[in-house]
Design a protein around this ligand. Structure first.
Ligand SMILES: [Mn+2]
Length: 354
């Protein structure tokens, strides 16, 4: 296992590579070209520049998150072929730069949804929060306005230009069923997986966040059964999963340790975080510590150890601590604490094996 840390790039993150280097046991920077729009090709030169910069701090650059999928691919429109061609070229360019894993998602319209980006907790820290009834009661425009009221940082998946036409985008999905979305994912995978195989790059689809339908949009990466169907769409180890314990963990029936064992040959990348689930369906992102939330973090790390996982694990989101000013969920302190918690569990297992 290699521990990783997501980083948004120079001038685009409150955390520096020099900061991250001081977190024990962290060898991978999970990176992306964040100025790229979905569907846009990533050029070799700009990939090389970013990789070289990150590597100059002694980090590896095996994992990219995210190369976003253009909406037309998810919708299955005729224009998708051009966007898939661009995606294939990006895969080739990333392969030539030594990248091993690409994390992507297949969520219609919204990459992730929260109703509050800085909900105050009892100890005075703040965290990302999801209020189920509020999402059921507001219009998509109201939700967009709510999320974009924090102007300090750009938010991946919440590009104002794209969301300015939110009703139009949502309307395009009116006739799209879950089966259609599975078929559109299959069409995409059948074209890109052979290229991934050639370059030994594994794609890892990130689960829906939250793992249920919002605004009646179809969702297909939310449950154990759906993950089974996805890995069977194209039978290849390069057709992988990004198992996110926080996204999947918002649904009580998702048994993360069981998924880790079942999908051990297809887990490309792991996100680990905890959420506390309220009985009414709301949830809040807590510290990584098992007792603070509803997700069995110690069992999850043990499961990765049991399967001999050699890929990258990263702490997913964290709370905002000690008056830190940062991208929502992506401060330095709580994610560093999360790493130490996870490494504690991992190292104990490792010692026991010897
Ligand atoms: Mn995640």
């Amino acid at each position: 296992m290699e521990m990783g840390f997501r980083w948004y790039g120079r001038g685009n993150d409150s955390v520096s590579l020099a900061d991250i280097r001081q977190i024990p046991g962290t060898s991978q920077i999970v990176w992306a070209l964040h100025h790229k729009q979905a569907g846009e090709r990533w050029e070799k030169k700009e990939i090389e520049e970013e990789v070289n910069y990150i590597q100059s701090y002694g980090f590896k650059t095996d994992v990219v998150e995210s190369v976003n999928i253009h909406e037309d691919i998810k919708l299955g429109l005729p224009s998708r072929d051009g966007y898939i061609d661009a995606y294939i070229e990006t895969i080739r360019h990333l392969g030539e730069a030594g990248v091993k894993v690409i994390c992507y998602n297949f969520m219609p319209v919204f990459d992730w949804i929260r109703t509050d980006l800085a909900r105050e907790m009892e100890d005075g820290s703040t965290a990302l929060f999801y209020e189920k009834d509020l999402v059921n009661d507001v219009t998509p425009e109201q939700l967009v306005e709510r999320v974009l009221q924090n102007p300090d940082f750009t938010m991946p998946g919440w590009e104002p230009e794209r969301l300015a036409h939110i009703q139009q985008v949502i309307k395009q999905y009116e006739e799209v069923t879950e089966d259609d979305l599975f078929n559109n994912l299959q069409y995409f995978l059948e074209r890109v997986i052979p290229v991934c195989k050639e370059h030994e790059i594994t794609l890892g689809v990130h689960p829906d966040d939250p793992p249920w339908s919002v605004f009646n949009l179809p969702r297909i990466v939310s449950t154990h059964e759906q993950l089974r169907r996805i890995v069977s769409l194209v039978d290849s180890k390069y057709n992988g999963l990004t198992l996110c314990s926080g996204a999947l963990g918002a649904l009580p029936e998702n048994d993360l340790p069981a998924m880790i064992h079942e999908f051990k040959d297809n887990i490309a990348f792991a996100h680990v975080r905890n959420v506390y689930r309220y009985p009414n369906g709301d949830f809040i992102e807590t510290s990584h510590r098992e007792q603070d939330g509803s997700v069995p973090i110690t069992d999850i790390i043990k499961a990765y150890h049991d399967i001999g996982y050699t890929g990258c694990i990263r702490p997913d989101h964290g709370r905002h601590l000690w008056n830190e000013s940062c991208r929502p969920g992506y401060g330095l302190y709580d994610r560093a604490l999360g790493i130490m918690y996870m490494l504690g569990i991992w190292d104990e297992r490792e010692k026991r094996r010897i």
